[in-house]
Design a protein around this ligand. Structure first.
Ligand code: PBG
Length: 325
């Protein structure tokens, strides 16, 4: 047995630990999700997500400014429309909150990267991510056309990246063709390739007002038990032309992040979802964990697993933490 090797040698001081650190976070890899709605001077707190708000476009611009000054990678926009219907028609209203927000942010802060979520669940009155068949199933192929209309409105408004989160089969190919057909061949698609039917989305559904009116999302989002299936999802999305892949949620799926990283050279994003954020916030509020350390440790773990890009509600706080160091 080798008794001369002492692994504690490199842990002895902060300067040594700093030198041999394997994983470093950079504010530029964070994307910050924001929820936008109509009106002015609206900044409505989300009860289950301390520090997260639904805002009107004017207020969103203040957050956009914070995003710029903190040096994060960009923002990811979710829309809360004024009206919902069975087909989610407000999703492709060019005067809806997301297109309005994209135009305003790109006008005020042209250098800030704006990603838009493309999905139907915020826009349908039943809260499912697509069009329903008469028997209540989500109609995959009929939904593709609606997603394309939504994506085109976002791209026309100036979105830098389109991020479909619906989990319909073949939507990447469909969106790519639709974007290219409309002259948006330069707009990348960040695909929620492996998105699981997760309990950790709970707080988001309050934030986005997108809780399904009946049933759940298990017929389109992945079963949390499946790791190999994530690779099939990923391969399909690569074949269909995805530019960036995503695994979601992040913290409970680090093995999936690592497996996808081994599978492909595409940039890989991971979404630290609402429940992951709220659990840390809630425990920190009670003094049960050190919130700042838990935040940085959770983000570091996601990067260590292989994520290049991290979507996180902590984006600004974590960037501030990195700047202080
Ligand atoms: C659906 C969507 C969801 C999230 C992002 N996009 C919720 C869902 O699938 O039910 C969850 C994000 C989070 O929990 O932070 N468009």
């Amino acid at each position: 047995m080798m008794r001369t090797m002492r692994l504690r040698r490199l842990r002895r001081s902060e300067s040594l630990r700093r030198l041999v650190r394997e994983t470093r976070l950079d504010a530029a890899q964070f994307l910050w999700p924001l929820f936008v709605r109509s009106g002015t001077r609206v900044r409505a707190p989300i009860g289950s997500m301390p520090g997260v708000f639904q805002t009107s476009v004017d207020e969103l611009l203040r957050d956009a400014e914070r995003a710029v000054t903190s040096g994060i990678g960009g923002i990811l926009l979710f829309g809360i429309p004024d009206t919902k219907d069975a087909i989610g028609s407000s999703a492709w209203d060019p005067a809806g909150p997301v297109p309005e927000a994209v135009r305003a942010v790109k006008r005020e802060f042209p250098g800030l990267l704006v990603v838009t979520d493309v999905c139907m669940c915020e826009y349908t009155d039943h809260g499912h991510c697509g069009l329903l068949t008469p028997d209540g199933d989500v109609d995959n192929d009929a939904t593709l056309a609606l997603l394309a209309r939504e994506a085109l409105v976002h791209a026309d408004a100036g979105a830098d990246i389109i991020a479909p989160s619906d989990m319909m089969d073949h939507r990447v190919a469909h969106l790519r063709a639709a974007l290219d057909g409309a002259g948006h061949h330069r707009v990348p698609i960040m695909s929620y390739a492996a998105k699981y039917a997760s309990a950790f989305y709970g707080p988001f559904r309050e934030a986005a007002e997108s809780t399904p009116a009946f049933g759940d999302r298990r017929s389109y989002q992945m079963d949390p038990t499946n790791g190999r299936e994530a690779l099939r999802e990923v391969r399909l999305d690569i074949e269909e032309g995805a530019d960036i892949l995503m695994v979601k949620p992040a913290g409970a799926y680090l093995d999936v992040i690592a497996a996808v990283k081994r599978e492909t050279a595409l940039p890989l994003a991971a979404y630290q979802v609402s429940g992951e954020y709220s659990m840390i916030k809630a425990a920190a509020e009670r003094g049960w964990v050190d919130g700042d350390r838990a935040m940085m440790e959770s983000l570091t773990a996601i990067a260590r697993a292989g994520a290049d890009i991290i979507i996180t509600y902590f984006a600004i706080e974590a960037a501030a933490h990195l700047a202080r160091r």
